[in-house]
Ligand binder design. Structure first.
Ligand code: PEP
Ligand code: MN
Length: 360
């Protein structure tokens, strides 16, 4: 992935607007439903029309998609509305059929990107394609797995590559359907600043009321676009009913979002970030230096204790230090828990040093 600079260019090369907007139903249900939604999205900010036709469901028995039949409906969407189309692919047959039927953008779902075998099969099937390919993060918060999948595709000459952040599943209860773990998305951008990153607030929140806020956070964090599930009758959708919005609501969301100019803000953001990081590096250097100095003094104490045959651990003195430091820490906004943990670690290192001296 050393050549990641080339990857971003497809967004600009294709003259795609910022943010890129992908919208449409979770699932294609009927031809009428697919076309009705598409017509309502036609004259909006939407650039790509999504509809899942092969649906990975956690448990069997739920609606598993209309299959290849839906490809004809997506063709009609393009003919009638001019919207570009996209769908999820999960195996080599899906890829072949989607490409043959002129789907413009293929995305790989979270249940596929967890598996290196599936990612390799997809990479082989997609080799050399000029379609846009977006890789959703794997269901579990594993950055390396996500990047590994993308690397498999990149090494097959797929240039219009990007990623979709759709949150991560957790065992613990949360207000999200899939917790965003924003720090992972930030790290992702740090590692590959030129790989377009789209946010999917529908799958992150699982609830239509939370979609606006998550979309705003994503834009504030420099995401390149949004994928928002949209349905003319969300409550009666055959899948993911609670997280879909109406086309009207989508238009409102797009109107209300504060969209930051990408290039200028990026530059000043990057410059400020670089500046803060330089300061952190300097302070970390000082910290290590100081700790080293502290340990040298502690070594001298060890020598003194050895000469005078005194025990290493002097608890009264140690409790005094701790008490003082907790107070000092409080004044500087450091929690008692942190100060305790840090000083216990420092103290332990001092004891180790002194024991080595006394017994050495
Ligand atoms: C979807 O986009 O409808 C979908 C199934 O998403 P994910 O792979 O993120 O669960
Ligand atoms: Mn869905």
């Amino acid at each position: 992935m050393e050549n990641s600079k080339a990857l971003r260019s497809w967004l600009d090369e294709m003259n795609l607007p910022h943010p890129l907007v992908i919208a449409g139903p979770c699932s294609a249900e009927t031809e009428g439903q697919v076309l009705e939604i598409a017509h309502q999205l036609k004259d909006t900010d939407v650039n790509y029309y999504r509809a899942g036709i092969w649906k990975p469901r956690t448990r069997p028995g739920n609606f598993e998609g209309v299959g290849a039949l839906g490809l004809g409906w997506l063709k009609k969407v393009k003919e009638e509305t001019g919207l570009k189309t996209c769908t999820e692919v999960a195996n080599a047959t899906h890829v072949k059929l989607a490409i043959e039927n002129d789907v413009d953008l293929l995305w790989i779902g979270a249940r596929s990107s967890v598996s290196p075998f599936i990612m390799q099969e997809l990479a082989d099937a997609l080799e050399g394609t000029d379609k846009i390919v977006l890789v959703k993060n794997p269901v579990n918060p594993d950055l390396a797995l996500w990047l590994g999948g993308i690397e498999r595709l990149y090494s097959k000459g797929i240039k219009k590559l990007g990623a979709i952040h759709r949150g991560f599943s957790t065992y613990e209860k949360s207000k999200y359907r899939n917790v965003p773990e924003w720090q992972l998305a930030v790290e992702f951008q740090d590692r590959f600043p030129d790989l377009p990153l789209i946010c999917d607030p529908s799958h992150i929140t699982g609830k239509r009321d939370m979609i606006f806020d998550v979309s705003q956070t994503a834009l504030d964090l420099n995401f390149d676009g949004l994928m928002i599930e949209t349905h003319t009758d969300p409550d009666n959708a055959w899948s993911d009913a609670a997280q879909q919005v109406t086309p009207k609501r989508l238009v409102q969301i797009m109107e209300d979002l504060r969209i930051r100019k990408r290039t200028e803000t990026d530059k000043s953001y990057r410059a400020s970030l670089e500046n803060c990081r330089a300061q952190i590096n300097m302070i970390d250097d000082q910290l290590i230096n100081l700790l080293g100095k502290r340990m040298k003094v502690s070594d001298q104490i060890g020598e003194l204790k050895k000469e005078n045959n005194v025990a290493v651990l002097q608890s009264r003195r140690w409790n005094e230090i701790l008490g003082n430091m907790i107070l000092e820490g409080e004044e500087r906004g450091l929690s008692e828990e942190f100060v305790l943990r840090m000083f216990k670690a420092i103290h332990q290192e001092s004891i180790n040093h002194q024991e080595r001296i006394i017994n050495g």
